[in-house]
Design a protein around this ligand. Sequence first.
Ligand code: G
Ligand code: MN
Length: 244
Amino acid sequence: YQPYFEVKSGKVAGFESLVRIRDINAHIYYPKDFIDFLENSVYLKDFEEWALKEISEKIKKWQIPISINISAKTFGNPLFLEEVEKYLKDLPVSPVIEITERLYIKNIKTTKKIVSNLRNMNVKIAIDDFGTGYSSLSSLKDIDADILKIDMSFIKAMVNDKKSRALVKTIISLAQALGMKTLAEGVETQQQKDILVDMGVDYLQGFLLSKPLPEEDIEKLIGGTYDRLSFDCSSFSSWKRNKV
Ligand code: G
Ligand code: MN
């Protein structure tokens, strides 16, 4: 679970759930090592059902929004909406489903219908990797989402490149004008953070603030010290180093 932070309050606003496999030798496998296999295997359905159930339980337990990344293959499957209804509908705190901009734009009519169904179940929508691969500005008006996640490549490039900076600034203003929140992905340096805060981004996520954490660490954090999950009073990473 990787925390993301609200700039206005400086506090953690939610977690993005990320899957890792730990084998018996404690070796960690990342999605890039297994996602293609999984998506084309008979295990996909069980895996997804497990993931949705897990998120639902954690949201109820931790009382904080949790995002889940959904692949194109799953998103297009008619059973997907049924499973979301079973596990994520009308939770006390809204879950967030992340889909890539690519997927959204590729099949805009179908996607819009599914998204509207999801939103009726009180599920929020975030657009992942926003800005990559498509002419995003013209497609923005067709996207019905709660959060735009600005791709890490822009966050990296904007520090030394004026044009990238202008692009990030424009994405943020446009999103604001269209009633969407913005989240900067992959924030790794203080300089990136300062520029983004100055531009009015709503949320920050990245190694500067926190790496993804195992469930056990989140449990420890939630245990009474929630208020310290803030980048204003103490950076989350240093808090972790001192306390855990
Ligand atoms: O595509 P998506 O945004 O879902 O990818 C999230 C991935 O990005 C996770 O695997 C996470 O570990 C990684 N990640 C998160 N924050 C950072 C960061 O600050 N720098 C880098 N290089 N990777 C990050
Ligand atoms: Mn994501």
